[in-house]
Design a protein around this ligand. Sequence first.
Ligand SMILES: Cc1ncnc2c1ncn2[C@@H]1O[C@H](/C=C/CNC(=O)c2cc(-c3ccc(F)cc3)cc(O)c2O)C[C@H]1O
Ligand SMILES: [Mg+2]
Length: 214
Amino acid sequence: TQSTRPQRMLAAVQKNATRGDPRSVVKAIDQFCRQKEWAMNVGDEKGCILDSVVSEVNPATVLELGTYCGYSTVRIASLLPPHAKLITLEFNPDNAVIARQVIAWAGLEDKIQLVEGASGDWIPKMKEEFGVKTFDLVFLDHWKDRYLPDTKLMEECGLLRKGSILLADNVICPGTPDYLEYVRNSPRYKSQYFKSHLEYTKVEDGLEKSVFLG
Ligand SMILES: Cc1ncnc2c1ncn2[C@@H]1O[C@H](/C=C/CNC(=O)c2cc(-c3ccc(F)cc3)cc(O)c2O)C[C@H]1O
Ligand SMILES: [Mg+2]
């Protein structure tokens, strides 16, 4: 039977990356996507911006919306301090199966909790289910029409504190116009756009970093 792109991506990791070496996992996926098949990972160019924001925030608690195959999950977790935790939400079970194996190959299972299900269902349960108070950093990379409703939901559920950072992928391509309008015009956020390119292409895209002001 025909394999899926995520399955072929995992095979490339298992063939070309070193077990327990997250950077080699990131490199293997980027190589696969550049040389073999494009896939919607944040990629190496926007990934460097992601790395710099993660390093600057040095978060103890991270929420990622949209795991896909775990590329950004591994990239973020590889930069976290020792007892920091990353929770990543993925509602497609086939993607979750692949992502768990990518995370395991990187040796980052202890830092990452992959939760299967829809962000809208899980965000209201974060405190009771995972003992989370607030998130220091949220990486939004799921369905683009969910960025705004999920941000409002995180506000309502008290998951953001003064200084929490939202980092959103694809604010230009495919684009998240309602989200951008909100974080750029709301008095509750201070936003900054990091111009870059759509992963593995020359098409313009970028990340929007928004600080929640409380
Ligand atoms: C609500 C919710 N809850 C949990 N998981 C969710 C969810 N919505 C999506 N997910 C999961 O995240 C992943 C989805 C991410 C959506 N990302 C995209 O659609 C996406 C698309 C492109 C793109 C750009 C130009 C083109 F020509 C074609 C594609 C580039 C990207 O970087 C992307 O993130 C997989 C899905 O199962
Ligand atoms: Mg993306």
